[in-house]
Design a protein around this ligand. Structure first.
Ligand code: FAD
Length: 538
């Protein structure tokens, strides 16, 4: 038997490019499955469907190629913010953030968020998955089942932990290689405060009250391994998987309440592409509800307001918007320390109140200063590090609305962060804990001192929190899975009241997971694919 050729081999790359050029030059009028969005979840769905050679799969992506140094070099991720690889969403001015309108970047192009993100791999807490299972009324979303999926999909490179980790899957996961001394200092500081430390954040640490660890990363040999690269790239030479870039889905096409395809814009032309079995929406938590609403699926009053005929009244479409809100606290280095890897190599999860049994706070260390546009005026050191100190389980909920029936019009995004008083209470505890950690003995040899916020009165600290708040870029939950009237999909990710339509991306989360969101989005993709394969006997 001959060994399969590595997918980075020039012969494979040439064959894959020629295959895709042929398939996209000659698009079929219809495919068995049309997957919309080649991001974290859509990449997984398309690959799993295409594993069956009899299934004809089209993966549609609005953005372009991921073959660029800004994607592949882990240190360059910030250069993608505001670029053509970012949708460049902006939220409405928020009175709870001193009137600030937050920038809410999301990835555009092959890999979606997984091609521009910070590459941290974080599975979510046991309680998150138990909550998903309870909301869906479906035990296949339970922690034990999800843990089995994680073990199956990972190719784990760290200390063996067979109860939690697997080594035979497509997703290369490794602890940050040779982390900065500032990352080790975070673990030592956690120890000083009595917060437990772990070999990895993705095992026992997320079954209990939290802890600190060096981050797990999707980086291999110093290069980003996006979920597109992990799942789809090895299949680009297959005749049954077509990956169409530069194609923006505008609406879903129907015959009654059965989905028969999608309407998209490609090469400046409007086209309809048919779906013989199903359409899967994986366009992320902003664009999936947007396309649903333009297709007449959403809250009927909202749709009527902008003149869209109602096909299915689902008031949950665009509601329940969640995100982790973060407040940067910054220290000045004693001597400059160059960032390593993605510049974020250590993570800490803890509780805002001792009686909690699971973490509600999420801290990612960033090895360079990251002020908000407002706190930038407070004196940012030239060389320093910032703790992205955030709320892992916020109570505030936002909402997306259409401005008009024109698919080209921008969404109205009411992110509504800190609108619930409980979130301000947790935010104050979060910043206070962050200052205790950053001012701990372990950091003293490495830092000159705290740059911001410093010691402030309670009212001044509230004001700091409102000025410092930024997105963690974990926008989710806008088409939630569940069984109540605000749910959009059931446990099999089928859209209520519509035939032949599923959603597989961060929008289906009933609540945002405790941690960074790309790994849970991979699970959502795996769950969707498993249901599709069972339904269509693939
Ligand atoms: C700057 C940044 C840093 C982050 N850091 C981390 C991190 O370190 N770790 C982590 O776990 N998570 C991180 N995240 C979050 C994570 O990347 C996202 O939660 C995750 O990628 C969401 O997956 P998704 O499948 O829901 O959507 P996405 O990955 O956003 O994919 C959606 C895809 O659909 C495409 N699309 C959208 N609309 C259309 C349309 N109309 N037609 C066709 N295609 C369309 C998009 O271009 C995109 O490629 C970060 C995100 C950002 C932006």
């Amino acid at each position: 038997m001959t060994q399969a050729q590595p997918t980075s081999h020039p012969d494979f790359l040439r064959r894959a490019a020629e295959n895709q050029a042929r398939l996209t030059a000659d698009l079929e009028p219809a495919y068995d499955f049309v997957v919309c969005g080649a991001g974290s979840s859509g990449s997984v769905v398309a690959r799993r469907l295409a594993e069956n050679a009899a299934a004809q799969v089209l993966l549609v992506e609005a953005g372009g190629s991921d073959d660029d140094e800004s994607v592949l070099n882990p240190a360059l991720w910030p250069t993608n913010l505001g670029s053509e690889r970012d949708w460049g969403f902006t939220a409405e001015p928020n009175p709870h953030l001193n009137g600030r309108a937050l920038s809410m970047a999301m990835g555009k192009g092959l890999g979606g968020g997984s091609s521009i993100n910070v590459m941290v791999w974080a599975r979510g807490h046991r309680n998150d998955w138990e909550h998903f299972a309870a909301e869906a009324g479906d035990p296949s979303w339970s922690y034990q089942n999800v843990l089995d999926i994680y073990r199956r999909i990972e190719n784990w490179q760290g200390a063996p932990d067979p109860g939690h980790r697997g080594t035979g899957g497509p997703v290369w996961v490794q602890p940050a290689a040779d982390p900065s001394p500032i990352a080790h200092a975070l673990l030592d500081a956690a120890g000083e405060l009595g917060i437990p430390t772990y070999d990895s954040p993705n095992g026992a640490m997320m079954e209990n009250e939290g802890g600190a660890a060096i981050s797990d990363m999707l980086v291999r040999d110093g290069r980003r391994q996006s979920l597109f690269r992990a799942y789809v790239q090895p299949y680009l030479d297959r005749p049954n998987l077509t990956v169409l870039t530069g194609a923006t889905v505008e609406r879903i096409a129907f015959d009654g309440n059965r989905v028969v395809g999608v309407d998209l814009i490609h090469g400046g032309e409007r086209k309809r592409i048919g779906a013989r079995h199903e359409v899967v929406l994986s366009m992320g938590a902003m664009q999936t509800p947007k396309v649903l609403m333009h297709s007449g699926i959403g809250d009927e009053a909202e749709l009527r307001r902008v003149g869209i005929p109602v096909r299915q009244h689902l008031p949950g479409v665009g509601a329940n918007l969640q995100d982790h809100v973060s407040f940067g606290c910054t220290w000045e280095y004693a001597e400059p320390i160059a960032p390593r890897n993605s510049g974020s190599e250590a993570t800490l999860y803890w509780k805002s109140r001792p009686e909690l049994t699971a973490p509600d706070l999420l801290f990612c260390q960033v090895e360079f200063p990251v002020p908000s546009e407002r706190t930038a005026s407070r004196g940012v050191p030239e060389h320093g590090w910032t703790m992205f100190a955030g709320l892992a389980q916020p109570h505030s909920r936002g909402r997306l609305r259409l401005r008009s029936d024109d698919p080209a019009a921008a969404l109205q995004i009411d992110a509504n962060m800190l609108s619930e008083p409980a979130d301000m209470t947790a935010a104050l505890a979060c910043v206070e804990l962050c200052r205790e950690i950053g001012n701990a003995q372990a950091f003293r040899p490495l830092v000159r001192g705290e740059a911001m916020p410093g010691h402030l009165s309670r009212d001044a600290l509230k004001d700091y929190v409102r000025d410092a708040a930024v997105t963690y870029w974990h926008q989710t939950c806008t088409a939630k899975m569940g069984r109540d009237s605000m749910s959009v999909v059931d446990g099999a990710l089928c859209v209520y009241g519509i035939h032949g339509l599923r959603i597989a991306d961060g929008s289906i989360m009933p609540r945002v997971t405790t941690g960074n969101t790309q790994a849970p989005c991979a699970i959502i993709g795996e769950q969707a694919a498993a249901r599709l394969r069972a339904t269509h006997q693939l």
